[in-house]
Design a protein around this ligand. Structure first.
Ligand SMILES: NC(=O)c1ccc[n+]([C@@H]2O[C@H](COP(=O)([O-])OP(=O)(O)OC[C@H]3O[C@@H](n4cnc5c(N)ncnc54)[C@H](OP(=O)(O)O)[C@@H]3O)[C@@H](O)[C@H]2O)c1
Length: 358
C-alpha cells in the first residue's frame, strides 16, 4: 500500500516534536515535508531545534528519530501541496488561522490549534468520542469551496474531561460539572512558563483556558442535527492552573448526573466502553481507552504518563458526591501531548482515513 504523504507544520515546537515521534514508522502515513516559522526555515531539523545557546532542545522522551534529523525545515510558502495528501498543523492559533486556511483550500488539515474550533461548520473531534460529527467536514468543504477541510482537536485540558464525561452523559445524563485542572508545563509550548516561574510554584491562571474548556466540552458532547451541532446542555465551571509537572494534565472533577450513579456503576460503565470503543485496533489506539483505578493513590502523572503509550485516560478517586442528588467526583489524568494533541491527532487521522475522508 502507498503511504499517504504528510506534512507537519510547527514541527520544531512542543507538539510538532511529538508529531515527529508519533509518525515514526507509521504504517499508513509518511512525513515527506516539514515546516515552521521563518526562524527555522532553511535549516536541517537538528539545527532548527537548537536553542539560542546551540543546545538541542528535544522535549520528547526518547531518541530523535533518524528520519527527521537531516530533513530541511521549509517556509509555509515553500510547501509543495501537489505532493501532499494531508497536513498536521501544530502552530499557535493566530498564525494558524492563515496557514490552515491556505492549506485547506487544497488538502485535509488536522489541527491542534484553536484557530477554527468555534466555527459553526467545524467539528472539534476526539477520536472514539464524537466520530459521527466528522460528517460536518463535508458541509465545511462545500460551504467554503475547499478541496480539503480543517479538523481541529480540542484544547488538551478539554480532552480528558470530555472523554470521561461521555459515558456518564450517555447513560446517566450530565447536568453540571465543576473541574479544577493541574496542568503540565509542556501544555504552554516551548515559549510557555519560565523555569523560574513554575519551579516550586503553582500558577493559578491560564489565559483563555477556562472559556475553551466550557465551550469545547459542550460542543464535543453535543449532537449533529440537520448539518449543525447542538451543544450539550451541561453547566460547566472550571479553574485551570499550571503546576510543576512536565507532561500530563490532572483534573479534579465533580459531576451532577440526572440519575443515580455510584463508583461500582461507573467502573462497569467505563469497562463496557473499553470493549466497544470505535478506534479499537487503529495503529495509535491504546489497548484500553479508559483505566479505572480503585486504589486511592492513583492517578499520578509519573505512573500514568506511559500507560497505553500516553493514549489511555486514567480515572481514580471515584466517589459518590453528596453535594448533589445524584453525582460523582473523580480525578482524571490525560497526557496533553499524546492523546491531548499530537498522537491524538494521528489517531484522528487514522479514524478519518478508515472513514474514507483522507
Ligand atoms: N503543548 C501542548 O500540550 C498542546 C496541546 C494541545 C494543543 N496545543 C496547541 O498546539 C499548537 C502548538 O503548540 P506548541 O505547544 O507546540 O507551541 P510551540 O512549542 O510554541 O511551537 C510552535 C510552533 O509553531 C511554529 N510557528 C510559529 N509561528 C509560525 C508561523 N508564523 N509560521 C509557521 N510556523 C510557525 C514554531 O516554529 P519556530 O520554532 O520556527 O518558531 C513552532 O514550530 C498551539 O496552537 C497550541 O495551543 C498545544
Amino acid at each position: 500500500m502507498d503511504k499517504k504523504r504528510v506534512a507537519i507544520i510547527g514541527v520544531t515546537g512542543s507538539v510538532g516534536q511529538e508529531f515527529v515521534q508519533s509518525l515514526e514508522n507509521h504504517p499508513w502515513f509518511e512525513v515527506t515535508q516539514i515546516a515552521a516559522s521563518e526562524r527555522s526555515a532553511g535549516k536541517d531539523y537538528l539545527d532548527a531545534i537548537k536553542d539560542a545557546s546551540g543546545i538541542i532542545a528535544w522535549d520528547v522522551d526518547g531518541e530523535i528519530p533518524e528520519y527527521i534529523k537531516s530533513m530541511t525545515v521549509k517556509k509555509i510558502d515553500d510547501l509543495d501541496v501537489s505532493q501532499l495528501d494531508l497536513v498536521f498543523s501544530a502552530v499557535e492559533s493566530v498564525a494558524a488561522r492563515d496557514i490552515e486556511t491556505k492549506m485547506a483550500a487544497d488538502l485535509p488539515v488536522i489541527s491542534t490549534s484553536s484557530a477554527y474550533r468555534y466555527e459553526e461548520d467545524v467539528p472539534i473531534l476526539i477520536p472514539g468520542i464524537n466520530d459521527d460529527q466528522a460528517e460536518l467536514l463535508e458541509t465545511q468543504k462545500k460551504n467554503r469551496n475547499w478541496k480539503g477541510w480543517v479538523a481541529p482537536l480540542p484544547n488538551c485540558t478539554t480532552t480528558g474531561l470530555a472523554i470521561t464525561l461521555k459515558p456518564l452523559l450517555d447513560k446517566y445524563g450530565v447536568k453540571k460539572v465543576m473541574m479544577t485542572s493541574m496542568q503540565a508545563i509542556s501544555g504552554g509550548g516551548r515559549s510557555g512558563v519560565s523555569a523560574m516561574g513554575i519551579t516550586d510554584n503553582i500558577i493559578p491562571y491560564i489565559p483563555k483556558e477556562e472559556e475553551k474548556v466550557r465551550t469545547e466540552t459542550r460542543k464535543i458532547l453535543g449532537k449533529l442535527k440537520d448539518g449543525k451541532i447542538e451543544d450539550a446542555d451541561i453547566r460547566i465551571s472550571c479553574t485551570c492552573t499550571r503546576v510543576p509537572i512536565i507532561d500530563g494534565h490532572t483534573e479534579s472533577v465533580f459531576v451532577e448526573t440526572s440519575s443515580e450513579i455510584d463508583p461500582a456503576k461507573a467502573k462497569e460503565l467505563y469497562n463496557s466502553y473499553n470493549q466497544n470503543i470505535s478506534v479499537q485496533g487503529l495503529p495509535s489506539a491504546p489497548e484500553k481507552y479508559y483505566a479505572f483505578h480503585e486504589d486511592p493513590t492513583r492517578p499520578q502523572p509519573r505512573m500514568e504518563r506511559s500507560v497505553g503509550g500516553g493514549m489511555t485516560t486514567t480515572i481514580g478517586r471515584v466517589e459518590k458526591e453528596e453535594l448533589f442528588d445524584h453525582g460523582l467526583k473523580y480525578i482524571l489524568f490525560s497526557h496533553n501531548k499524546k492523546m491531548g494533541s499530537a498522537k491524538g491527532a494521528v489517531l484522528l487521522a487514522e479514524m478519518l482515513y478508515k472513514k474514507g475522508k483522507i
